[in-house]
Design a protein around this ligand. Structure first.
Ligand code: WTA
Length: 632
């Protein structure tokens, strides 16, 4: 399961092509199964219908926790660093983690949660968030984590889509200097959710909260005197492990479904090999557990390998831009994994914050979530890695469950701004407009994958047809990622960015249609169009063209801008706030009524020179108005 040098990588890669079943079966041997599989893989990308390790029985938490107890019970499993550096950190050994997860699982059972039930988790980055996920997995409930920065409306949609029976939340949360309500947001969200039978509240900040009898339950009370043993529920390899909502090119986010065995095998395998994890390493991934990176590389991947994983409640720039570096020194972190947007923002704060920190423990640095520009890569390498650490630029998606394209730290060839080569078992291809595989190098194509890997999504919750259409229908026989990429002469992939109507803002995915829907909820708005544009810090910024009843002027424009931003915060969450809003009297549309986004994108980028043919537009004059009024 562990690749130790480049020739081994090549041999394994070859083997994964020639004998995929054997290749994955050998890796799967490293786990604890209640019953082994009868067959490794069955697949059909057209339906799609993908099954791994058929007939096997297991529980992922026995692999994350129980099997480490014999020799590593006292080893730190979870190291929690609070938002405020003056508050004490917490360390949970594997034994402690076992007790905490079992207690949490017993509380869930007491509240009536059963195998297959969906549990929505809406919490800040506190240890109980980790316990909650693992407790669900322990008893076979399906967790659906919703990032705590989403608004009540977004939460409500996700709860309804999954028909969640229980919501787990905290009273409140802290983020930098701010304290924010959490339970109140849940109260607001569930007004429209009939599936929710109970809410379980974990205390974080002693905030006063309203408790509805026989509906709201406090974790501190429910867990009093509860047993810290809870037998793990036996799951089928293909039983659902979790749902994670993500944005696509249509308005409504979809619930990506991951199942038990395949996800487990791939999260563990990719963690071990990409990061070259060694027994005493300490891994710090700064993502939130509300995203796939947090699921796979804060929790499941590290714990499956018996690693020590760090969970940080706060933000990179509080109390100042040295917070990450302090944490790295404090806990002797060996692996640091963050997003390009965080690197760019820390770089902008100035290297003086990082220079005093030697960070001798660091060995490997990682990035994920969006393409990293060369300048940020070099800054990361020089100032954080002190020119001695390996950098892995890891490409993956919520739908892929784990990292598919990346260098293996210290083993594979590196090139700044290139994710690198596919992991063994991953068969990427670049397709042209006609769906033909591009064999030449240095040509941009649509990034697709032509063979399944264990943690590929199985469906989108409650709507299999949507899964088929989104990922498996654009190019017959391929999984389509939605990304454009290039391959260089050494076979290294460079991910260019989304080619669909998805924008990536600070590593967060939004559908342009999703933001338009939110903007249109503002009662002053008649129509809107959203595009992404290059943004120094965020990667992409959100540019909105808005039509109101009458074209607003001066002060009125400022007032409307704030109002629209407020609406988007309420509809989606503050993370989707538009950066620029331009009021227009009309949008460039074709005679058939289709918005010409290409033109809008160009103008938002500040380039109005080469707009292509605009004569087919219903009203070509509108283009001039848009160019003149561009917010640059
Ligand atoms: C983008 C995040 C370039 C890509 C793990 C993908 C990246 C989307 C990289 C998935 C990378 C992720 N280089 N782009 N190393 N990693 N992306 O589902 O556009 O939140 O399709 O998963 O992020 O976003 P998601």
């Amino acid at each position: 399961m562990h690749i130790t040098d480049y020739s081994e990588y090549q041999t394994d890669y070859q083997k994964s092509l020639e004998e995929p079943d054997l290749f994955w079966a050998e890796i799967a041997e490293h786990f604890h199964w209640r019953k082994k599989w009868n067959k490794v893989l069955e697949w059909d990308f057209e339906k799609p219908d993908i099954k791994w390790f058929l007939g096997a029985k297991l529980n992922i938490t026995e692999n994350c926790i129980d099997r480490h107890l014999e020799s590593n019970a006292e080893k730190p499993a979870l190291i929690w660093e609070p938002n405020d550096s003056s508050e004490k950190h917490k360390i949970y050994s594997y034994k402690d983690l076992h007790s905490e997860v079992c207690r949490f699982a017993n509380v869930l059972k007491k509240l009536g949660v059963e195998k297959g039930d969906r549990v929505c988790i809406y919490m800040p980055m506190i240890p109980e968030l980790a316990f909650a996920l693992l407790a669900c997995a322990r008893i076979g409930a399906v967790h659906s984590v919703v990032f705590a920065g989403f608004s009540a409306n977004s939460l409500s949609d996700r709860i309804n889509d999954a028909a969640a029976k229980l919501v787990i939340c905290s009273d409140a949360m802290c983020r930098g200097a701010k304290q924010l309500a959490v339970k109140n947001t849940v109260d607001e969200a569930i007004k429209n959710c009939t599936s929710v039978e109970k809410v379980l509240v974990v205390n974080r900040l002693d905030w006063p909260i309203q408790l509805k009898p026989n509906f709201d339950y406090l974790y501190d009370i429910e867990s009093k005197g509860i047993s810290d043993h809870c037998p793990a529920t036996e799951m089928d390899a293909e039983d659902m492990l979790f749902i994670l909502y993500t944005s696509g090119s249509t308005g409504k986010p979809k619930g990506v479904v991951h199942t038990t065995a395949g996800y487990m095998v791939y999260a563990a395998y990719s963690f071990k090999n990409v990061f070259q994890y060694d027994n005493n390493d300490i891994h710090f991934c700064t993502a939130d557990i509300g995203w796939i990176t947090g699921h796979s590389y804060i929790l499941y991947g590290p714990l499956l390998n018996g690693a020590s994983t760090v969970m940080f409640e706060g933000v990179p720039n509080y109390p100042d831009a040295s917070r990450f570096w302090q944490i790295i020194e404090k806990h002797s972190i060996t692996h640091f994994y963050t997003a390009p947007t965080a690197i760019r923002s820390l770089m902008q704060s100035g290297s003086d914050y990082v220079i005093p920190y030697a960070m001798h423990s660091l060995k490997v640095l990682g990035t994920v979530g969006e393409p990293i520009n060369e300048e940020a890569w070099h800054w990361y390498h020089t100032y954080v890695g002190k020119e001695r650490c390996q950098i892995v630029d890891t490409w993956f998606q919520t739908e892929t469950g784990g990292i598919l394209i990346s260098a293996l730290a210290g083993i594979s060839p590196l090139c700044p701004a290139h994710a690198g080569q596919p992991l063994p078992g991953i068969q990427p291809v670049l397709l042209d407009n006609n769906g033909n595989e591009i064999v030449e190098n240095e040509i941009e194509g649509y990034l697709c994958i032509k063979f399944p890997w264990p943690s590929i999504l199985r469906t989108t919750y409650g709507d299999h047809e949507r899964c088929r259409q989104t990922y498996f229908s654009s190019y017959k026989g391929y999984y389509f990622t939605g990304d454009g990429a290039k391959r260089d002469k050494n076979g290294l992939y460079r991910i260019i960015g989304r080619v669909d109507d998805v924008i990536n803002v600070s590593g967060h995915r939004f559908g342009t249609a999703e933001i338009e829907n939110a903007v249109n909820q503002n009662k002053n708005v008649i129509e809107s169009a959203v595009v992404g544009y290059p943004h120094d810090l965020k990667g992409q910024g959100i540019y909105v063209y808005v039509i109101c009843k009458e074209l607003p002027t001066g002060e009125e424009q400022n007032w409307l801008r704030s109002s629209i931003i407020q609406t988007v915060s309420e509809e989606i969450g503050p993370i989707a706030k538009p950066d620029k809003i331009q009021f227009v009297s009309a949008l460039p549309k074709t005679r058939s009524g289709k918005i010409m986004r290409r033109i809008l994108r160009k103008v938002a980028e500040g380039d109005s020179t080469n707009l292509g043919d605009i004569t087919t537009l219903l009203d070509p004059l509108v283009v001039e108005e848009i160019i003149n009024g561009a917010v640059l």
